[in-house]
Structures are given as structure tokens and as C-alpha cells.
Design a protein around this ligand. Structure first.
Ligand code: MG
Ligand code: MG
Length: 251
């Protein structure tokens, strides 16, 4: 069931979104060679708690961190660790959620560690751009959820990349993951109609090679099946009369 948010609820979600976006930006600025993923996680947790919010991911299904931090071929759900040091040339995906006043925010980005390859940068850029293609598709009159995925998939496929199909975007609200599912693939004109008051996480997970992924034995980390790079970009997006509002975008 899709929960439609009224303007007052969307206002509350703006607060959750702002804290989420700030925590993600802080961690992104701290990304550098030699820092551990646990140190980034700690920064995220302390910012969220300082704002009077709770890290949405901490304890979610037993997840031990406040953020998911995934390096290179790791797609999503990487567990922060004091033994994982970032290295020059890595790309690191940080995925953050914050909960305050009854609502969640959810946002992710992919950051370069020092100088990265041209190919890695191209993947990061295409992933971010595909998100905006998805947002554009969502704001057309009469748009449906399938239009978003078709736009994302169309954009990255043209560039030789693959969308991850096993994991998808989702509604956001009182629960971190609500209906509807928002896949990064789809058929235009299909799926639930996108209407005012819907709040959804649009989150392309884009692989340089195959879209197939493998769940790791740690029970969380998801990696690309072929070991090639993956990038992730996500905002919590509210559908309003004025068009899509990116609740987690702070810059
Ligand atoms: Mg997320
Ligand atoms: Mg999400």
C-alpha cells in the first residue's frame, strides 16, 4: 500500500532529508586515502545524533553500522569496518538514512578516493545523470513508476552499463522501505501512477559490466558477479504540485 503524505508530513520529511543529506556530505568530504570505513560511519552517526535524529540503518534487520559503505565492486550494504582502509583510486559508495519526528530520509552517493580512472569517473557521472533522467521521467504528466526505471535503464544501457535488477528503489516515509518498489528498469506507462504526496527513493545502482550481483557470506555485502565496478546515487524525492522535490539534497 502506498502512503500518500500531506504537506505537513512532507515538511517533516524535509527535516529528515536535510539531516541525511548533511551527514552524507560530511562523510563525502572526509573521503581520502587511509581513512577507514568505520571512521566515516562514526562521523555520520555523530552528525545524525547531534541533530536529534537516529541513524535509520543502525540495527535495521540487525545491520551493525549507521551507514552502508561499499567499495569498488561492492554494490550496496557494505559493513563499515575499522580494518577497511580507503585506497587511492577506489570509488566508495556511502548510503545514509536518518529518522526524526516519525519519518526517514535515505540518500547515497559515490565518491572518488584521490585520483581515479577515467572509466570509474565515467561510471559515477552516468549513474548520477541516470538518477536525474529518472526524476525527469517522474515529473511528466501521467507518469508511472515504470517510466522512471525505463529512463534510468535507457540512459545507462546506451553507455554500455547495466542496472542492478535484484535491488530496487522504494517508497520512503514512516518506514524506511515502503511501497511502491521503484526498479531501475521498467516499461514506460506501466506500474503505479505517480501522484502528488508520493515520496520515493530513486536510486540507480549501476554496474560497469554485468548487472548480476552476488550476496556475500557476511549476510549483507552485495558485489558485482564479474568483479567490475559499481556506482550508486540516491535521493529521497517528494512529488509535489511544484514538481519533484529532492528532500535529501543539501548543496
Ligand atoms: Mg539508501
Ligand atoms: Mg534506499
Amino acid at each position: 500500500m502506498i502512503f500518500i503524505k500531506n504537506p505537513e508530513q512532507i515538511k517533516k520529511m524535509q527535516q529528515a532529508g536535510r539531516i541525511t543529506g548533511e551527514a552524507l556530505a560530511l562523510a563525502g568530504e572526509a573521503v581520502r586515502e587511509g581513512i577507514t570505513t568505520a571512521a566515516l560511519d562514526k562521523m555520520i552517526r555523530s552528525h545524525i545524533e547531534k541533530c536529534g535524529a537516529k541513524p535509520s540503518f543502525l540495527g535495521y534487520g540487525g545491520f551493525p553500522g549507521s551507514a552502508c559503505i561499499s567499495i569498488n565492486e561492492e554494490v550496496i550494504h557494505g559493513i563499515p569496518s575499522a580494518e577497511r582502509y580507503l585506497q587511492e583510486g577506489d570509488i566508495v559508495k556511502i548510503d545514509v538514512g536518518a529518522y526524526i519526528d516519525g519519518f526517514h530520509g535515505d540518500s547515497a552517493n559515490t565518491f572518488p578516493v584521490g585520483k581515479i580512472s577515467v572509466e570509474a569517473q565515467r561510471l559515477i557521472d552516468a549513474t548520477r545523470e541516470s538518477f536525474y533522467e529518472g526524476v525527469q521521467a517522474a515529473q511528466r504528466d501521467g507518469a508511472r513508476i515504470g517510466d522512471i526505471g525505463a529512463a534510468v535503464d535507457g540512459y545507462v544501457s546506451q553507455r554500455g552499463y547495466s542496472v542492478v535488477r535484484k535491488y530496487v528503489g522504494h517508497g520512503v516515509g514512516k518506514d524506511l522501505h515502503e511501497d511502491p518498489s521503484v526498479p531501475n528498469y521498467g516499461t514506460p506507462g506501466h506500474g503505479p501512477r505517480i501522484s502528488r504526496g508520493m515520496v520515493i527513493a530513486i536510486e540507480p545502482m549501476i554496474n560497469a559490466g554485468t548487472g548480476r550481483v552476488i550476496d556475500q557470506p557476511d549476510g549483507w555485502t552485495v558485489i558485482t558477479a564479474d568483479g567490475q565496478l559499481s556506482a550508486h546515487y540516491e535521493h529521497t524525492v517528494a512529488i509535489t504540485d511544484e514538481g519533484p522535490l529532492l528532500l535529501t539534497k543539501v548543496d
